[in-house]
Design a protein around this ligand. Structure first.
Ligand code: PLP
Length: 409
């Protein structure tokens, strides 16, 4: 269903959607604790807005509270909710190869929220369906995971186990996983929430879901697998088209994506997707004033965020998006070739645009000059280069020249 649209078609669709939302300016809606943006500061009638669908959406200020792929939703904002549903369908069906209408999801505030949402759902699922005690549930992830899993462990009051990764190739250490599962099960843990990485924050490394699944099966553990694609979810499926790290894999039931990273959407555009039947585990029955209740972590959220993601996806279409990712890969290959020629040690997954250089290969001053991000600001062992849209070969070249000088080559 993902097809490139012209600028005019995008504009028309968004304005039509806003026309299907309630019009706060008409003043007929009396019971909603919401309105358009403050009229003294944000003018609705500024002439340029008619060609700026995103800004116009911001001024109209739709609230997308709740999850709109599931049951009833607030009718006030049904026009733009439909665009959000299309975003979830494109991501779950076209990009992550799920079956049609098989997934629920919403535009979350970011990757952190989407990861916590997944863990919250699985925790409640184990509690409800297996009468699990909190002390019997554990999050499993690698030591390269984003810290949102540690936040989830703290908030949801369940344990977390970080599995060792091999230093040079960042792959999951299968023996360490095996050892930890044996120990955890002996200690009474029965239910595991695996969070597998689709490109880690620091290394761009990708976990092998089957490694987790085979060891957990060997121990006859009960588990669910979530993919953290906050960084890589809009990259890896296009750079490695043969991957089965998507909903075609029978073990993968939910995915986090971030549109505010690779997609360059405004901040506040994480995406959460999960197979149908699971979202209900986080329904808050007490949210009685929200039509359709609320199964999301966040509550009120801007519909403009969903519109922004929809606009970007429709502007590129699948082929345009594929080309964009190929360009970033070409630049990343260039950087890696230069580093290899200089004999500088680094890690890079061949399908990723992150290059992580060993900390002893360059000075802290050089890293600072080029804004390379360390793994730890206190004691850096690695520095990363992230080849984003604004990082091109012209920008990379001076860095390579400085590296050469530093190495006296
Ligand atoms: C792999 C990964 N997961 C989750 C997150 C958290 O995303 P956010 O900052 O959007 O909450 C990040 C952020 O860098 C990330 O790289």
């Amino acid at each position: 269903m993902w097809k490139k649209l012209s600028k005019e078609a995008i504009r028309k669709r968004i304005f039509d959607s806003l026309n299907s939302n309630i019009d706060f300016y008409e003043g007929k809606i009396l019971g909603v604790p919401a309105s358009h943006l403050d009229g003294q500061v944000f003018y609705k009638d500024a002439s340029f807005l008619k060609d700026k669908p995103f800004l116009y959406t911001l001024v109209n200020n739709p609230n997308h509270i709740g999850c709109h792929t599931l049951g009833d939703s607030e009718a006030f904002f049904e026009g733009t909710q439909e665009l959000e549903r299309e975003v979830i369908s494109i991501c779950s069906e076209d990009i992550f190869k799920g079956k049609k209408h098989g997934y629920d999801g919403y535009v979350a505030s970011g990757g952190t929220e989407a990861n916590i949402q997944a863990i919250w759902i699985y925790r409640n699922y184990f509690k409800k369906e297996f009468k699990a005690k909190l002390s019997e549930i554990t999050i499993l992830c690698t030591r390269d995971n984003h810290y949102s899993m540690d936040k989830a462990s703290n908030l949801l009051n369940i344990g977390i186990q970080h599995i060792h990764t091999n230093h040079n190739d960042r792959s999951l250490d299968q023996d360490d996983l095996d050892k930890h599962i044996s120990r955890l099960m002996a200690e009474g843990k029965k239910y595991f929430i695996v969070v597998a990485n689709m490109m880690t924050t620091m290394f761009g490394s990708v976990d092998d879901v089957d490694q987790y699944a085979s060891i957990l099966k060997k121990h006859q553990a009960i588990y669910k697998i979530h993919i953290d694609g906050a960084y890589g979810g809009f990259f890896y499926p296009f750079s490695n088209q043969k991957t089965n790290m998507n909903f075609s894999h029978p073990e993968i039931t939910s995915v986090t994506l971030d549109a505010h990273k690779m997609v360059q959407a405004p901040y506040g555009t994480g995406i959460f997707m999960i197979e149908k039947g699971m979202m209900q585990y986080t329904f808050t029955e007490e949210a009685q004033y929200v039509k359709g209740l609320d199964a999301t972590l966040i509550g009120s959220r801007s519909g403009a965020n969903a519109v922004a993601v929809w606009m970007i996806l429709m502007t590129y279409g699948p082929h345009g998006w594929y080309e964009k990712i190929q360009l970033l890969l070409i630049r990343t290959n260039w950087l890696c070739d230069q580093l290899s020629t200089l004999g500088i040690a680094f890690y890079r997954n061949p399908y990723s645009n992150i290059v992580t250089i060993h900390g002893n290969q360059l000075s802290a001053g050089l890293a600072e000059k080029y804004g390379l991000v360390p793994d730890s600001h206190g004691t850096p062992s690695w520095y990363k280069v992230v080849v984003m849209e604004h990082v091109n070969v012209d920008n990379l070249e001076p860095f390579i020249e400085d590296l050469k000088q530093e190495k006296q080559l």
